[in-house]
Ligand binder design. Sequence first.
Ligand SMILES: *Cc1c(COP(=O)(O)O)cnc(C)c1O
Length: 549
Amino acid sequence: MSLLAHSAEDPSPARTPGATHRVTHTAETEDTPVTEPADGRSYLLNNGTARHYRRAVTEGVDRVGARIAATQRPFTGVSVDGLTPTVAGIDLDAPLHDPAAALDELEDVYLRDAVYFHHPRYLAHLNCPVVIPALVGEAVLTAVNSSLDTWDQSAGGTLIERRLIDWTARRIGLGEQADGIFTSGGTQSNLQAMLLARDEACRRELTRDGAPFPKLPTAFEQGIPHGTDRSDVLPRLRILASEVSHFSIQKAATLLGLGAEAVLPVPVDATKRMRTDELAAELERCHRDGLIPMAVVATAGTTDFGSIDPLPEIADLCARHGVWMHVDAAYGCGLLISRRRELLSGIEHADSVTVDYHKSFFQPVSSSALLVRDHTTLRHVTYHADYLNPRRMAEKRIPNQVDKSIQTTRRFDALKLWLTLRTMGADALGGLFDEVIDRAADAWKLLHGDPRFDVVTEPQLSTLVFRYVPGGDPDPQLSDRVNLHAREALFASGDAIVAGTVVDGRHYLKFTLLNPETTLEDIATVLDLIAEHAGTYLAEQPEPALSAR
Ligand SMILES: *Cc1c(COP(=O)(O)O)cnc(C)c1O
């Protein structure tokens, strides 16, 4: 690549002897006394303030370290009304001019009452404890502050991101033409996947039967020329996703001008996996009704049940019907590095895949990516701006990642994963995910054998959906209220945090296990706490409620 050769031959200005530095005050040395910054400019990070930076960040890190070391519970149980006045009482126009005082204040407004995902009794949502190498990466990427939209704002950052995209695509098995991009999260990855699927469906539809449609001049050319009339196509597009797929698919359909109703829910079996007979029937029905199925979304790890749709069968149906196959592996992507990799068999047939490293790769928020089988499909988000990424740069093969992204300014989130893989390695990371899956299997046995609870399905990944069942023959509404109450009371106690969801119209509780430090004893203790809160609630009910039908 000519670009690389160029930078290797030409030392960068910083390395040129005698280059003048833009910052005018004297560079500090180890002897420079650290004084409190006096004006705005002294807060800017540069060669004169590196000690200030190190001291200030270390002080902040020390506070967090101390807080985490001392945390006894995942949450203090503070209420909205309890915390609101504390935050509202801060006068944002009266700065403290004292980093220590600002951190003291932060203890009150945030650190003391934050929800701590690292705590073994945080069992609620898909939030993982984070690995330390990634936190080092986070500190580095925010200080250097690269923006990954163009080569000229990131250089090596762009190459690192591209290596990690290639690494992930290879783990999935997407083939030699694969590519992708880091995104802010699964929601954005799914949106971009649906955008690519929509525009590919439009392109196919508009080029059918010899319809006039210009050939694509280059890979980075717009897929659908401006002015092409899509009004006949868009209303007929449909997305097929299981009834327990993530709501971001509906949101994407709405943002893409299709409407949430364009997402057709496909029924699931008793284990909450998409029924492929129903999918086949739905595809036939679309065909009969003159509708265009633009994508099938298979979920590899549903948010509530961790169920993995039957990927090989779905891939067959997509191939037969010529439909884009998207796999939403926001949660299940950790299997790519686990000893259970075979659970994702069939994912290699996908046209696009969503992975959330900030869920099952133990990365801090945000870290996600969209991978595609055919890199040319990314042209649907390629727009050239004279000031940023002019066409001639693409022709010179300068890697401008903005050509593949729906964002412009974009974080260098890839660095966190890079340092994680370079420090601890994929196997150690995958081992952490395996541990929580093992724990969930044990917890299922515990729940299954406990008459106080009713558990929905045996987990494939690490969630458990269950509910407390009041003894006797309770009215279903009472069961709902008991479970809602138990969850709220537990949250208010701060002893543990669990999630809730609805199954067949009834309220359930949910454990999402992502912390290998959570023991089976922790889980047993939380079940006892839930039963205790439920029992207290039931004891407070007037007699008729207990016996009502
Ligand atoms: C969490 C999740 C998403 C959304 O991802 P975010 O990173 O929260 O935007 C999408 N799909 C599935 C299956 C998820 O579990």
